[in-house]
Design a binder for this molecule. Structure first.
Ligand SMILES: NC(=O)c1ccc[n+]([C@@H]2O[C@H](COP(=O)([O-])OP(=O)(O)OC[C@H]3O[C@@H](n4cnc5c(N)ncnc54)[C@H](OP(=O)(O)O)[C@@H]3O)[C@@H](O)[C@H]2O)c1
Length: 230
């Protein structure tokens, strides 16, 4: 199979982990990030191609994904300009034949069968309204972005992250189709492992058209219910 991967949103914490994993697995890597964030990719100088620009700039994405077999996209809804939707749509339009893996949070639901703890629902409701009020983050934009991915004919996977933390790897996260399944109860994943799950998903056909909700494999709930992974 081909070995060229594009990381859209390469300069963020998750993005840099994605680049590291992709390089370790032997991929040729193209990274997209805002011009001002290019210095954050200095550790990869000479090892990846960096295309500076907004991730929702269609010309930037067209150039970046050209010839790529896989595109990993960090979907973030910063601001009120539909950044996440624009980014997802640009990737869907310009890399229709590639393996596509997108990141988002547990709040995204594919089939409406997720069961959220009341604490999660309360936090999400307050955060969503407050963030929109101060025009910082538009959670509805990420929802719309994922709806478009779910409706597309591409070979997509939408990886839904739990609360994240930094730290050493605990191995490949475990997953479930629905939030509310006991295996996910610990609600904690290391970023480094989130990235590994996304990179490994590229070569895992069982994850095509799935929206796995993930949790760290050494968390108490993962250890207790390990046999319940799909
Ligand atoms: N944080 C959590 O607890 C959590 C939980 C579940 C899922 N997730 C998912 O994980 C993914 C990564 O999230 P993260 O929290 O770990 O953040 P992150 O990896 O640090 O990524 C943040 C991204 O947003 C970009 N960004 C920041 N400010 C921006 C702005 N004003 N305009 C445009 N782009 C901007 C960053 O680019 P620059 O480098 O250019 O700043 C970077 O690509 C997201 O898809 C998120 O939905 C996060």
């Amino acid at each position: 199979m081909g070995r060229k991967m594009c990381v859209v949103g390469a300069s963020g914490k998750l993005g840099r982990h994605l680049v590291r994993h992709a390089l370790e697995r032997g991929y040729e890597v193209v990274g997209v990030c805002r011009e001002k964030s290019v210095p954050k990719l200095a550790e990869f100088e000479g090892r990846i191609m960096v295309i500076p620009g907004a991730t929702n700039d269609r010309a930037v994405i067209a150039r970046a994904v050209s010839g790529c077999d896989a595109v990993l996209t960090v979907l973030v809804p910063w601001g009120m300009n539909h950044l996440a939707t624009g980014t997802a749509q640009a990737v869907l339009d310009h890399a229709p034949g590639a393996r596509l893996v997108f990141s988002c949070g547990w709040h995204i639901t594919r089939d409406g069968k997720d069961v959220y703890p009341w604490t999660f629902k309360l936090y999400a409701a307050v955060f969503t309204r407050l963030a929109k009020l101060i025009r910082l983050v538009d959670v509805d934009d990420q929802v719309e972005a994922c709806e478009r991915v779910f409706a597309s004919d591409t070979r997509w996977t939408v990886v839904r992250g739990s609360d994240l933390e930094d730290g050493e790897s605990q191995g490949l996260p475990v997953w479930s189709r629905h939030v509310g399944d006991p295996i996910l109860a610990s609600n904690r994943t290391r970023r480094v492992d989130y990235a590994r799950f996304m990179v490994e998903a590229v070569e895992n056909d069982a994850l095509v058209h799935e929206a796995p909700a993930i949790v760290g494999r050494l968390t108490p709930s993962a250890l207790a219910y390990a046999d319940r992974q799909p």
